[in-house]
Write a protein that binds this ligand. Structure first.
Ligand code: HEM
Ligand code: HEM
Length: 216
């Protein structure tokens, strides 16, 4: 239990927990994107993907609980770090995050992109989740196309994906710093990887609402 208390009470511990939860989200995003790419196989393939997800039963429940626990930890620590950083300027971090990368749009906006992602996830689940939306009368494709038929829905989703990409761009980079993988030799690789994953996530997810709207 000692490690848990230490993780939540020291600055480095908090950053490491942030990194672990953030990295688990990155893995989730990757698998979620892969599943959503089924849309390119047509409406039926997309419906079959959602149906297959529900068939996972207990595995899905365990994954959902894991995601909720990670989200609570990540958001709780984000608020703590945000308040601590405001109080303790100019010494911002126990771990040097800039790593020669300097302040970028994605690094300075982390708390704000995080907050917007939180809003997005709530709206997204309210519109899509089988725990909330009755999927017995409408397929997930019909549900998605009615959301993206509205210009507001479309703009909200595409905008949110840009926000997610910004968070991922700095987040992946920062997570490597926090877990100590910050040898100068690896810097160009980590920088490239963060940018590539951010573009993949942003473009991959960002195109989906547009594709679904035009397939409807
Ligand atoms: C345009 C982009 C996206 C589309 C079309 C999409 C679509 C979907 C679909 C079809 C489901 C399954 C709903 C169900 O049957 O329960 C789902 C669930 C979910 N999505 Fe997305 N998604 C998108 C982006 C995102 C992003 C960027 C995130 C995270 C930041 C996210 C987080 C989730 C979560 C947490 C679930 C619930 C999984 C579960 O209940 O097991 N989605 N999404
Ligand atoms: C798809 C969802 C999300 C992903 C993939 C993600 C990923 C990450 C990653 C990898 C980090 C780096 C951790 C580190 O510095 O070691 C991070 C940091 C952070 N995240 Fe998230 N996160 C997500 C959602 C959120 C949410 C919902 C919030 C807040 C409401 C948030 C707020 C923050 C903040 C404030 C930081 C610290 C930034 C810094 O140290 O400069 N994130 N995130």
């Amino acid at each position: 239990m000692n490690w848990l208390v230490r993780a939540f009470s020291t600055s480095v511990g908090k950053k490491q927990l942030m990194a672990v939860t953030g990295m688990l989200f990155l893995v989730f995003l990757g698998t979620h994107l892969l599943g959503n790419l089924s849309i390119y196989g047509g409406k039926e393939a997309f419906n079959a993907y959602a149906h297959g997800l529900h068939q996972l039963g207990k595995i899905l429940v365990v994954a959902e609980i894991g995601l909720v626990v990670c989200l609570v930890i990540h958001v709780f620590l984000a608020v703590l770090l945000f308040l601590e950083n405001r109080r303790a300027r100019p010494v911002k971090y126990a771990v040097d995050k800039s790593g020669g990368n300097g302040r970028t749009l994605s690094s300075v906006t982390m708390p704000y992109t995080g907050l917007l992602i939180l809003v997005f996830v709530i709206v997204h689940l309210a519109g899509f989740s089988h725990h909330i939306v009755d999927q017995s009368r409408r397929t997930i494709f019909q549900i998605a196309s009615s959301i993206f038929a509205s210009p507001l829905g479309l703009i909200f989703y595409v905008f949110s994906m840009i926000v997610v990409a910004l968070h991922v761009r700095h987040g992946l980079w920062s997570a490597f710093q926090s877990i100590g993988l910050n040898h100068p030799k690896y810097m160009p690789f980590i920088r490239g990887l963060s940018l590539a994953y951010a573009i993949l996530v942003g473009v991959g997810f960002g195109l989906l609402p547009i594709v679904i709207r035009f397939m409807s």
